[in-house]
Design a protein around this ligand. Structure first.
Ligand code: PAF
Length: 290
């Protein structure tokens, strides 16, 4: 165990297991916050949520190569472990797990955890194999830590839905907790990838939030036609120069399927590229209340 100035950091699975087993043998509940590092206030809120509900919070910091599709930013993904440790300590975490790649993947894995169907829509259409990499590493982290609860941000709504499904399908004895998206004052969802935005692109990046608001207004205004709501979102995105849209979609919040007529709990989701940054965002809309 490396004694960081702020919080204990382990890089080996065996040390992680000793820490988690010891906590459990003392009757403590272990919470896990899986991250790829370069933490921001959004991650900090996940840690705070875990700290409130568990006796030991483990934060994993691991840039998982398996979930990057060819041509994506694996090499360039921002990393700053020193700062991450400070943030984890401030938020009250008890342990950081920061393994090298060969500790997580000692050999090229031939086993994968795949959540079929949900992995193919929305993000899956633009990032094939991405979610298989996510579910495989998250299943491994669950097996390494054995948490009572694990925390994920709603900003990655599809990821959260997929991990919940994985935990249910595999009968994992734990709870998957979703936490609300944290936003900058102008509405931009906090994300480690916001670092890629240039000063000029930064104001334009609020277009995702504005597009979601337009979709919300359309539903609130009485539209029950998904095409109309998606058109309202797409119109806002199209009006912003330099933005290339991957999707603007309305789906059922539970199944992620596109309903023929809007009803019940919905999720509006957008994905767009601005220069080097590919950003995603989403909000929930409950038709029952409108
Ligand atoms: O959301 C993320 O940061 C990653 O997808 C996760 C869940 C840590 C798996 O690598």
């Amino acid at each position: 165990m490396i004694a960081s100035t702020t919080i204990p950091v382990v890089s080996r699975v065996s040390d992680l297991r000793v820490a988690a087993d010891t906590a459990r043998s003392q009757g403590k509940r272990v919470g896990l916050v899986p991250t790829m590092g370069y933490l921001h206030e959004g991650h900090k809120s996940l840690v705070a949520c875990s700290v409130a509900q568990n006796d030991l919070t483990v934060v994993s910091v691991f840039v998982n190569p398996l979930q990057f599709v060819e041509g994506e930013d694996y090499g360039a993904y921002p990393r700053d472990l020193e700062r991450d440790c400070r943030i984890c300590a401030e938020a009250g975490a008890g342990l950081v797990f920061a393994p090298p790649t060969e500790e997580v993947y000692p050999q090229t894995p031939v086993t994968a955890v795949v959540v079929r169907g949900l992995n193919a829509v929305l993000e899956g259409r633009f990032r094939p194999t991405h979610f298989d990499g996510v579910t495989t590493v998250v299943a491994k982290l669950f097996a390494m830590v054995g948490p009572a609860r694990a925390y994920f941000g709603e900003k990655d709504y599809q990821q959260l839905a997929i991990i919940r499904t994985m935990a249910a399908d595999l009968s994992l004895p734990m709870e998957v907790v979703g936490c609300p998206t944290l936003r900058e004052p102008d509405g931009l969802a906090m994300s480690s990838r916001n670092i890629y935005l240039t000063t000029e692109q930064r104001p334009a990046a609020t277009v995702l939030w504005r597009s979601l608001q337009a979709g919300h207004e359309a539903v609130k205004g009485g539209s029950r036609d998904p095409s109309e709501v998606e058109a309202a979102m797409a119109e806002v995105l199209a009006a912003e120069a330099g933005v290339s849209v991957d999707y603007a979609a309305v789906v059922d919040a539970a199944t992620l399927e596109r309903p023929e007529v809007l009803a019940g709990e919905l999720r509006l989701l957008v994905a767009a590229r601005l220069g080097r940054a590919r950003l995603i965002d989403n909000i929930g809309v409950d038709c029952g209340w409108l």
